[in-house]
Structures are given as structure tokens and as C-alpha cells.
Design a protein around this ligand. Structure first.
Ligand SMILES: Cc1cc2nc3c(=O)[nH]c(=O)nc-3n(C[C@H](O)[C@H](O)[C@H](O)COP(=O)(O)OP(=O)(O)OC[C@H]3O[C@@H](n4cnc5c(N)ncnc54)[C@H](O)[C@@H]3O)c2cc1C
Length: 405
């Protein structure tokens, strides 16, 4: 079904953000909150129902268990932002107080090689002030008797500021408050990005409605469609849509304590969802790029792959009933699974806000703030996010982040 469009109020904006889900909303809000920026901001969103975007298909969790210090710091800012959202939003009493349900992520290693990765990562995390604890199989069995730990050599968990948060509330309030401060959102689609005569700057974007809108800078916040958007500007970015399946199920006999977001060595993951229900995620062994509009569920994956793994790891999950299931897309960075942030090396008023793979919700506060700083000041002022610059791709310098889900 063709989606309706509406036209922007102006013909020119200082910043046009392509994509109005969590990343676009964060960038727009942090721009609206930046005292040194008073430019005009337009957010173009092709589907304001957000029916298929990554943002509305997630686990909604945050963790500090990364292997690179910068990724730990980014999530620490997310925790601080979420726990103090009202104060960040100017004390606005309509903004709800939020908290994090810190049941932790439980990484389980079934090989010494992966256990070593967990040990090394713990050192990185502790140096940043995270509370990660390593657990022997006996300790895991004592604290969480429902796991089968027969094959497990080590576990790693952090019970501080790691777990479930209400990303939907953060997303809603960013949109609401930035609109109130003058950010304009339109339901439309960017279908072309036009360069100036010299070819070295973006001068406008063309919308599906036919409007041509001039811009000072353009931000690519188009999630799994990042490469299609970049191609409109004649540039490449190594991001593709990869399917990730989710299931919510109810256990006949619920667990007697919170289930951490458990990362089985197979990659299947499952977490507490409340009321005797649990949310589980996984993907097929063969994991190609898919069509941008392909959200078809593969029902065989649950039966043949995910459920057997789950019931082996947590035998109490042998009798469960799936309540709902869906396929969503990761904006999968094939280069190094990490954010790609900031200007293109040559087309310098085209800014990337892309490639978040499976951890973009928790990175959205730091990434939106970073983009706003780049736009307003031409540099990062709070957290230095320059390691995520686009230049690392042509230079073939990947960020090695070992904790990718
Ligand atoms: C199953 C699953 C579980 C996840 N779990 C977690 C988790 O627990 N924690 C975590 O931190 N992250 C998680 N993630 C990742 C997280 O959801 C994403 O990284 C994040 O939502 C990315 O947000 P985004 O705004 O970049 O992309 P999206 O949410 O996909 O939004 C992109 C938007 O751009 C719009 N758009 C695209 N092209 C155009 C165009 N040409 N014109 C106008 N609009 C356009 C789209 O309509 C869309 O609304 C998960 C993802 C999935 C799929």
C-alpha cells in the first residue's frame, strides 16, 4: 500500500534527518537541546507508524558487557540518561521517571577460548567502572538453579545498569519534546539526494511528494536502508538488512526468579519478559542480506533450532507456548558490526548515523548527542566518538568488538 505524504513547511533547512526512528529522533532532540544550535531541523520519515523499523522490533535491553572501552562508555551514558530522563529533559514533569530492570546479561562460554574472551572483556569493563562478575559453573548453578551448566566453563554477568529499559518511552519523548521546540517531522520519503554543481556537497533532497528541499547538512538515520540512502548521494556504506527473529512465549512452570538476558553459546538468547513470559531471539544459520521489505517469518527456525537449544539450556522450558513472533531487521554493518558515525570523507555535509547492528537502542543517546555536537560545533565535546568515523572503512581499520549479539 502506498503511504501518504505531506510537504515540509519550508524550502530550506539547516539539517535534514532521513529517518525518524530512534536514531533520527535522538539526533533531532539533542540538536533541539543544544544551546549553541538554533538552526532549522527537518526529520523525514517514510512510515510514521514505525511498523517495520528496527526500533519497534527489539529486546529493549542495554548492557555494559562490551569488549571495547568506548562501547562500555556509550552504554553507561545510556544508563545515566534513562535513569535521569526527566532531568535531561529540563525537569518536564510530563516525562516519566524511568528505571532499568537490571537482571543482567548472562554470557555463557562452553570453550576455554570464549572463556578467555570473557575474562579479557571483564578487565576492559572493570576499568570503566562496570560491575561485571565472572561465575564458575557451580556459582551459576547456585544463583540460577534452572540452567543446565553441564557443558559450561564460565559465565559473565553484570547486575548494575544492565537489562530491560523502556526504549519506547525515550523514543516518544524525544519526538514530542523536539517537536514542541520546533523540529519539524514530515511523513514523506527521501527519493534523491542532490549535489551542488562542483559535486562536493549535498545541496538538497528530493521527496517522494516531489518537493525539493535545500539543506546545510544531511543525516542518514535510515537504519537497515542506510546503504540505499547513501547510494542516492553516490556513496557506499557497508550496511545491509539481516533478519532477526523474536518469540514471546509463556512457560507452563515459570522460573522462580528473573531470567537474565542469557546468551547461549549457540547465539540463541532469551530474557525475562514478566508475568511468566520470556522473550527469545535468534537467526538462521545461513544469514544473508534480505530485501528491505521482507519481514516474512520462518516458522521452522523455532521448532528445529531455537526451542531445542532453549529446552536443553533451561529444561523447565520444555513445556511452553509461543504467544507471538516476528521478524525484524538488524542494520548489519558487514565491516565490523559497529556504528558508522559522522561525515563522509569527501562529501562532508553528509553525516552517517548508521550500522548499529544489534545494539542501537542503547547507543542512541550517545550517538544522537554526538551527531548534534558535530553539527553544532564541528567536533565531539562530551564523548569522543571519532573511532567510529567513516574513514576507517576505506582505511580497512575495523573496530574489533568481540561482544556482538
Ligand atoms: C530483533 C532485534 C532486537 C534488538 N535488540 C536490541 C536491544 O536489546 N538493545 C539495543 O540496544 N538494540 C537492539 N536492537 C537494535 C536496535 O533496534 C537498532 O540498532 C535501532 O533501533 C536502530 O535505530 P534506527 O533509527 O537507526 O533504525 P530504524 O529503527 O530501522 O529506523 C530507520 C527509519 O528510517 C526510515 N527511512 C528509511 N529510509 C528512508 C527514506 N529514504 N526516507 C524517509 N525515511 C526513511 C524508516 O522508515 C525507519 O523508520 C535490536 C534489533 C532487532 C531487529
Amino acid at each position: 500500500m502506498a503511504l501518504a505524504t505531506n510537504s515540509p513547511n519550508q524550502t530550506s533547512y539547516d539539517v535534514i534527518i532521513i529517518g525518524g526512528a530512534i536514531m533520527g529522533a535522538s539526533a533531532a532532540w539533542f540538536l533541539s537541546d543544544n544551546k549553541d544550535f538554533n538552526g532549522r531541523v527537518l526529520v523525514v520519515e517514510r512510515d510514521p507508524s514505525y511498523e517495520n523499523c528496527s526500533t519497534t522490533h527489539t529486546n529493549s535491553c542495554m548492557r555494559q558487557q562490551f569488549s571495547t572501552a568506548l562501547n562500555v562508555q556509550i552504554s553507561q551514558f545510556a544508563a545515566d540518561f534513562v535513569k535521569n530522563i526527566r532531568s535531561y529533559m529540563g525537569g518536564d514533569e510530563r516525562v516519566p521517571e524511568l528505571s532499568i530492570r537490571s537482571f543482567g546479561y548472562m554470557y555463557l562460554a562452553d570453550t576455554e577460548a570464549f572463556a578467555d574472551v570473557l575474562r579479557e572483556s571483564q578487565q576492559v569493563q572493570l576499568a570503566q567502572g562496570a560491575a561485571t562478575q565472572l561465575m564458575t559453573p557451580a556459582q551459576i548453578a547456585a544463583a540460577y538453579p534452572f540452567y543446565n551448566v553441564e557443558d559450561i566453563v564460565l559465565g559473565s554477568i553484570n547486575l548494575v545498569d544492565e537489562g530491560l529499559f523502556d526504549a519506547g518511552a525515550v523514543f516518544d519523548w524525544w519526538r514530542r519534546q523536539s517537536r514542541e521546540r520546533g523540529v519539524e517531522y514530515v511523513q514523506n520519503e527521501v527519493v534523491a539526494i542532490n549535489r551542488n554543481a562542483a559535486g562536493n556537497r549535498v545541496e538538497s533532497v528530493t521527496l517522494k511528494s516531489g518537493d525539493v528541499v535545500a539543506c546545510g547538512q544531511v543525516v542518514n538515520a535510515s537504519g537497515p536502508r542506510a546503504a540505499a540512502t547513501a547510494r542516492m548521494a553516490g556513496i557506499d556504506v557497508p550496511v545491509e538488512p539481516r533478519k532477526r527473529y523474536s518469540w514471546i512465549f509463556k512457560a507452563d512452570t515459570p522460573l522462580d526468579r528473573d531470567l537474565p538476558l542469557t546468551i547461549d553459546p549457540s547465539g540463541v538468547h532469551v530474557r525475562e519478559n514478566g508475568g511468566g513470559t520470556y522473550q527469545c531471539g535468534g537467526h538462521a544459520d545461513v544469514d544473508p542480506a534480505v530485501d528491505y521489505d521482507d519481514y516474512v517469518m520462518d516458522f521452522s527456525i523455532w521448532e528445529n533450532h531455537v526451542w531445542p537449544i532453549l529446552a536443553t539450556r533451561i529444561p523447565q522450558f520444555e513445556t511452553i507456548k509461543v504467544q507471538s513472533e516476528w521478524a525484524g531487521h538488524y542494520a548489519y554493518n558487514t565491516f565490523d558490526h559497529n556504528a558508522i558515525l559522522g561525515p563522509h570523507s569527501e562529501l562532508t555535509n553528509f553525516l552517517f548515523l548508521n550500522g548499529f547492528s544489534g545494539h542501537g537502542l542503547q547507543q542512541s543517546p550517545a550517538m544522537g548527542r554526538g551527531i548534534a555536537e558535530l553539527v553544532a560545533h564541528g567536533e565531539y565535546r562530551s564523548l569522543d566518538l571519532s573511532p567510529f568515523a567513516y574513514d576507517r572503512i576505506p582505511a580497512k581499520r575495523p573496530i574489533v568488538e568481540k561482544a556482538v549479539i
